[in-house]
Design a protein around this ligand. Sequence first.
Ligand SMILES: NC(=O)c1ccc[n+]([C@@H]2O[C@H](COP(=O)([O-])OP(=O)(O)OC[C@H]3O[C@@H](n4cnc5c(N)ncnc54)[C@H](O)[C@@H]3O)[C@@H](O)[C@H]2O)c1
Length: 263
Amino acid sequence: MELNGAVAVVTGGASGIGEAVAKSMAARGVQVVLGDMDPKGLERVAAEITAAGGSVVWSRCNVTSDVQVSDLMDLAISTYGKLNICVASAGIIKDGLMINLDKETGKVKRAMTTDQFKAVVDVNLVGAFITVREAAIRMANHGYQGLIVPISSVNKDGQIGQLNYASTKAAIALWPKILTGEFHSKGIRNIRVVAVAPGYVGTPMVKGMNQDALAGILQGVHIGRLIEPSEIADIIMHTAQNEAIDATCLEITGGLIANGLAK
Ligand SMILES: NC(=O)c1ccc[n+]([C@@H]2O[C@H](COP(=O)([O-])OP(=O)(O)OC[C@H]3O[C@@H](n4cnc5c(N)ncnc54)[C@H](O)[C@@H]3O)[C@@H](O)[C@H]2O)c1
C-alpha cells in the first residue's frame, strides 16, 4: 500500500501508541481520522499534526458505541473519500489480583469485581471488535485496499494482576487468523488483518504503573528500556506497505526474558 494519500482511522488517537501512529502516518502523507474519548487530547494531537503540515480530522468516539464508531468510519469516507488503514488502539487497564488475602487472617479480604473485569473487556475487546467490524464493512463494500490493525499485547503467558486485560489481549491475538480465514473463504482479498503485540511501551498507560513494578519488569527486557511509541508506529507503517505481512500477530517486545529464555 502506498502511504502517501492513504486514509487511516486511529482509535485511542489522543494518547500513547495511537498518537504516535497518527503523527508518524500524517508525516508520511496519510490522511488521519482520530477517535478517542478524550476531546482535549484529540484537539492537541490534531493541532500538532496540522502544525506539522499533516491532514487530520477528529471526533469524540467511545469505541464501545456501535453508533459512534460507525460515525467515525463514515467521517473518514465523507472527509477523505476512502478508508485504507484502521488501527484499533483504544484501550484501558484496571489491574488487580482476582483475590487478595488479608495478611493477618489469611482469608480473602478483597476480590476483583465483575465491573472491574467487564470494564476492560468492554473497551479492549468489544470496542476493538466494533472498530474492526465497522472498518471491514466499509472496506468490503467499497473494495478499498485495507489493513486492519487491532492492538494486542504480551499474550501467551499473561501477567499476574491483569486477568481482565490479558484475557482481552490474548483473544485479539487470534483475530488475524480467524478473520483472514473468513475473508479468504468469501473471496475478500483486499483486506489484511495484522495484530500488533507490543511489550512495555513508554506511554501514559505504562508510565502510570507502579514504578517499582516497572523497574522489576524492565530487568527482564533484553533491550533494557521501554519501547518508544514511534517504534510501534514504524512497524505498523511498514506493515501497511508490505503486503506480504498478513494474517499474523507481530510481537514487538524488545525481548522479554523469563527463566533465562526469551518468551
Ligand atoms: N503501553 C504499553 O506498554 C502497551 C503494551 C501493549 C499493548 N498496549 C495497548 O496499546 C493500546 C494503546 O495503549 P497506550 O499505551 O497508548 O495507552 P494510552 O492510555 O496512552 O492511550 C489509550 C487511549 O485510549 C483512549 N480510550 C480509552 N477508552 C476509550 C474508549 N472507550 N473509547 C475511545 N477511546 C478510549 C484513551 O482516552 C487514551 O487516549 C491499548 O490497546 C493498550 O492495551 C499498550
